[in-house]
Design a protein around this ligand. Structure first.
Ligand SMILES: Nc1ncnc2c1ncn2[C@@H]1O[C@H](COP(=O)(O)OP(=O)(O)OP(=O)(O)O)[C@@H](O)[C@H]1O
Ligand SMILES: Nc1ccn([C@@H]2O[C@H](COP(=O)(O)O)[C@@H](O)[C@H]2O)c(=O)n1
Length: 646
């Protein structure tokens, strides 16, 4: 099976504005409350994502009528004014904790028979504390697999009126949320006592706030006792606007703090009911300059340019805290994230996953049951990041690209869980390090023009042909056959080559002239036709992309190596003109040559470069043609610079 991935190039900076998608926590809570309420609720700006779809699908199966206004994010839900009318159903809830837990509670009190299943990871996420709580009021909930975990079988039961039930608060606050939202279905006063220290309290605040908007005021004594009044019934508030997702805001605010900024997120602000808006405070403690309005937050890099090391208790912002773990890569010292044990039972074991992936980019990481300590590396290392079907892993690690380091995000579609357009939004506020790609046949003048353009712009310069020439030379010295693809690829992967000033070194030998010999030219063109050799040289070429920019020349710069190049030039000249230039060049270097053999060699190399199956030389539709047959070097350089500046 092939792995899907997205490659993020190193970014120059981050600045701009993002309209946030709706909050997942508010969207799924609002849908459930609207479904159980009396009357019609108009929900504006509902999040469009996998988790919300799971909830919408389930509600429809359970007999709730809802409709979407065209393609918009506006929905109309006709509440059923009490327990669900459909009394038997099988529900698949994916990996949506915000659907699974509250629906479990609401269905356990609905007097029907239901089976609730999810993806494999959902079946590894504990639910025993919620089931124990529901059993205390008489609910009949059974485990279909492992005791304490989904899938669940819910059966009709006589719910005992009133009284008291106890639930653990130190594993997931969603258990308490689920009970609170479901208990009004009993119609009797019930008090919930929280056992253990309640984690993620701000999420309970969201629950209480939304219940109140639907007409049910829960009495709270600290964070230990919650009383749902008798006779409480949900009533539609009419229209309800879903705030932007504060956890999703964290990636963009961190981008502003790391990549210069300012980056502004719209949809959350001072008046938000989401606990994760307090990520902005944490970022400010790291030295970022943060401004906040009623419905927006903006972040910029610290005055000093570098984030400060931190040691923070992040229990109140468990989701957004993940963003801080990656922001730690950009801090001026070791950073500690404390009180994050709940990460272990999320979409994946986030402490273990975060530690493993941070190490890949060069950080030193210490992990404990409920903490992470991240020591940033002196220099980030390009890596392929695994995402564990966890949207937040994918979104967090996009920030690595702001450290001048390319990063590959494996299985990026996991962002669909909460933010399907995440990578488009990230692209809209970031500027990749620009690349000018100049491709063309041998002796067309690519190298000469590219080097001058790079000098004029102060950019780095990549002569990709020299890498193939080096492989050919090293292969000859190692007496490798030019047909032995695996051996040549292994050689290419660890080529001991260095480029210093205008000299090319192989080990400690200056091979600048040696790689220009006709034998190396022919050898280069042969090894360049081997896919494994090309693949082995790809990462090395990508590493040339560094701020402030790169001019790269070769045969496949615009097509394969830097397909997102800002400017693509196909530089060519007639084969006769090219042969003459090469002849003159060799004569000037005191090297003998014959026009006849040069013409033959160019014809052969052109044919081989154009005919090979991998990365064949050809002009791309998005490349600009520059024929230099009758154009001198100055004019050619001017042409490219005009394109870059236009
Ligand atoms: N527009 C031009 N007019 C005349 N001579 C040129 C022009 N462009 C380049 N040259 C000369 O042609 C010779 C070959 O150019 P250069 O080495 O830059 O080509 P190249 O395309 O990089 O070749 P290769 O692919 O073999 O490395 C050089 O001596 C260079 O000075
Ligand atoms: N991107 C590239 C660059 C070069 N090649 C092959 O290497 C040979 C030598 O390149 P020069 O630019 O130094 O002439 C060339 O003939 C190509 O076969 C390539 O495939 N891709």
């Amino acid at each position: 099976m092939t792995m899907d991935f997205i490659d993020l190039p190193p970014m120059l900076d981050a600045t701009g504005q993002v309209r946030l998608p709706g909050s997942k926590s508010i969207s799924n809570r609002t849908l459930l409350l609207a479904a159980l309420a009396e009357g019609r609720t108009e929900i504006r700006d509902l999040l469009a994502s996998d988790d919300v779809e799971r909830m919408l699908d389930a509600l429809r199966t359970l007999g709730v009528s809802w409709a979407r206004e065209g393609d918009s994010d506006h929905y109309r839900v006709d509440g059923v004014a009490g327990p669900f009318p459909v009394k038997a159903a099988d529900l698949f809830l994916g990996n949506a904790g915000t659907a699974f837990r509250p629906l479990t509670a609401a269905l356990a009190l609905s007097g029907g028979e239901y089976r609730l299943t999810g993806v494999a990871r959902m079946h590894e996420r504990p639910i025993g504390d919620l089931v124990d709580g529901l059993r205390q009021v008489g609910a009949n909930v059974r485990y279909l697999g492992v005791e304490g975990f989904p899938p669940l079988h819910i059966l009709p039961a006589a719910i005992r009126p009133g009284g008291m039930l106890r639930v653990r608060g130190d594993v997931s606050s969603q258990f308490l949320t689920a009970l609170l939202m479901a208990l009004p279905l009993t119609g009797t006063q019930t008090t919930i006592e929280v056992v253990g220290e309640l984690i993620s309290k701000p999420y309970i605040s969201i629950t209480l706030d939304l219940m109140a908007r639907f007409g049910v005021e829960v009495q709270r004594e600290g964070w230990t006792r919650f009383t749902v009044p008798g006779g409480a019934r949900y009533r539609s508030p009419g229209t309800l606007f879903v705030e932007g997702d504060a956890s999703s805001a964290s990636y963009f605010l961190a981008a502003g703090a790391i990549g210069g900024g300012p980056v502004r997120v719209e949809g959350v602000g001072r008046s938000s009911i989401q606990g994760d808006v307090r990520f902005a405070e944490a970022l400010a403690e790291l030295g970022a300059r943060v401004d906040i309005g009623d419905n927006w937050i903006e972040a910029r890099a610290p005055e000093s340019g570098r984030l400060k090391a931190f040691d923070l208790d992040l229990n109140h912002i468990p989701d957004a805290a993940m963003t801080l773990a990656v922001a730690a890569l950009f801090a001026d010292g070791p950073c500690t994230l404390r009180n994050i044990a709940s990460w272990r039972v999320k979409e994946t074991d986030r402490i273990a996953a975060m530690a493993k992936e941070l190490r890949k980019v060069g950080a030193a990481v210490e992990e404990g049951a409920d903490f992470l300590r991240v020591t940033p590396p002196a220099k980030l290392v390009p890596a392929a990041i695994d995402t564990y079907d966890d949207h937040r892993m994918a979104m967090c690690f996009s920030l690595v690209s702001l450290g001048g380091c390319r990063v590959r995000i494996n299985e990026p579609k996991c962002v669909n869980k909460t933010f399907p357009t995440y990578f488009e939004c990230f692209a809209s506020i970031t500027r990749p390090v620009p690349v000018i790609a100049i491709d063309g046949p041998s002796a067309s003048g690519k190298g000469t023009v590219a080097a001058r353009v790079a000098a004029a712009l102060g950019y780095h310069y990549l002569d990709s042909g020299s890498l193939y020439r080096l492989v050919a030379l090293a292969a000859r010295r190692a007496e490798l056959s030019l047909d032995d693809e695996p051996a040549l690829a292994a050689l290419a992967a660890c080529l001991p080559a260095r480029f210093s000033a205008a000299r090319v070194m192989l080990d400690d030998e200056d091979v600048t002239d040696a790689i220009r010999s006709e034998t190396c030219s022919v050898g280069a063109s042969r090894v360049a036709a081997l896919p494994a050799v090309r693949a082995a040289l790809l990462g090395r070429q990508h590493d040339y992309r560094r701020a402030p920019g790169l001019v790269a020349e070769g045969r496949d710069m615009g097509s394969i190596v830097f397909p997102d190049a800002t400017v693509k030039i196909f530089l060519t000249a007639t084969v006769e003109a090219r042969a003459q230039r090469r002849y003159k060049q060799l004569m000037e270097k005191g090297m003998g040559a014959s026009m006849e053999s040069l013409l033959k060699d160019l014809h052969e190399r052109d044919a081989r470069d154009a005919a090979r199956t991998v990365a064949p030389l050809k002009k791309l539709p998005d490349a600009v043609l520059l024929d230099t047959t009758k154009v001198d070097v100055e004019q050619a350089v001017g042409f490219v610079l005009d394109r870059v500046r236009s």
